[in-house]
Design a protein around this ligand. Structure first.
Ligand SMILES: [Zn+2]
Length: 336
């Protein structure tokens, strides 16, 4: 796994054995790009940076690795062939932008390994050669719509399972061939899209596994109102799903959701909550000061590990500082 972008990752359980039972996922990408001055007020959101500022993407990936992330996610959450085409790109260009998102993450991993060879860790910078996974991020159909419907999960009656599969198919195929170790299906808002992803993963030409991560706004169900247990059960019955869990959900809801998830899965459980701030879908921005600080966020980490979570990170509005704090907690836990 080390050094090569063509890894033979196939089992999260084996990966977790190598990382001491727990692993750190990176934090928010788009909100971190914005913190560095990128203007993402665009239907492509973070994917816009693939065109305008690939260097920024590389540098944020590297920041997360130096903060202790064992898994980094590509900047393809909102990158879709249909979305790029609407911006005037050809199909070929759109596909190569998808591939590029994973290539940038793999390059950042290589840069990181090179740095590990030449310097040693300091207080704030962790330079340790270790197995690192690159996950190709796939956001929901609602993320492509860019109208906030990944936070409602309401796609309307005209959206069928087949339509969702057709929408995602080529994108998933391209990302599966991009050099990523796995696909992170993220912020899945409803059951029907989970089903679509599960069926796509099982189609013959997708050779890498994936993880399924849902979001919730009430701590009981996924955002559409579908049962979290039913959603996880879909992932559970798909052999190519290597971990399941929750992302982009306020920290206060996580423990209760994990307790439910555990009842229906034998797969490793992941959580990467947002900072707890609320998102104003109409204005397309996060409402300042409605969330929890890094210290509060991290105070939950022990509870989540006690509840059975083995992969931990952050989503929107979390930063390398959040990830560094999670990493420290995990190192303490591993040594006990
Ligand atoms: Zn998020």
């Amino acid at each position: 796994m080390t050094g090569s972008s063509k890894a033979s990752f196939c089992s999260m359980k084996d990966f977790l054995k190598q990382t001491g039972g727990f692993a750190v996922i990176d934090g928010g990408l788009a909100t971190e790009f914005e913190r560095h001055g990128a203007d993402l007020n665009d239907p492509l959101w973070s994917a816009k940076c693939l065109v305008t500022s690939p260097h920024l993407i590389h540098s944020v990936h590297l920041d997360y690795l130096e903060a202790g992330a064992d898994i980094i996610s590509s900047s393809s959450y909102q990158a879709t062939i249909q979305g790029f085409q609407a911006k005037g790109f050809s199909i070929e260009e759109s596909e190569s932008l998808l591939t590029k998102s994973v290539e940038i993450a793999c390059e950042a991993r290589n840069t990181y390994y090179d740095k590990c060879g030449t310097s040693s860790s300091m207080d704030d910078i962790i330079l340790k050669k270790r197995p690192i996974l690159v996950a190709a991020s796939v956001g929901s159909y609602g993320a492509y719509l860019a109208d906030g419907s990944e936070y409602s999960g309401i796609y309307g009656d005209s959206i069928t399972l087949e339509k969702l599969k057709d929408f995602h198919r080529r994108r998933v195929q391209v990302l599966a061939e991009s050099g990523a170790d796995l696909i992170a299906f993220e912020t899945i808002p409803n059951k029907i899209e989970a089903q679509a992803f599960a069926e796509l993963l099982e189609e013959g030409d997708v050779k890498i596994p994936g993880w399924f991560s849902f979001n919730s706004k009430d701590g009981v169900n996924v955002v559409s109102g579908d049962s979290i247990k039913e959603c996880i059960a879909i992932a559970e019955s798909c052999e190519k799903v290597v971990a399941v869990g929750i992302n982009c959900t306020p920290p206060r809801f996580i423990e209760g959701l994990v307790n439910e998830i555990e009842k229906v899965t034998s797969k490793p459980i992941l959580v990467y909550p947002n900072s707890g701030e609320s998102y104003d879908a109409e204005r397309k921005e996060w409402v300042e000061n409605t969330g929890v600080g890094d210290e509060d966020f991290v105070s939950y980490v022990e509870k989540w590990m006690d509840a059975g979570v083995s992969l931990l990170g952050g989503c929107c509005r979390t930063t390398p500082t959040t990830i560094r704090a999670i990493h420290k907690r995990l190192v303490n836990r591993r040594s006990h």
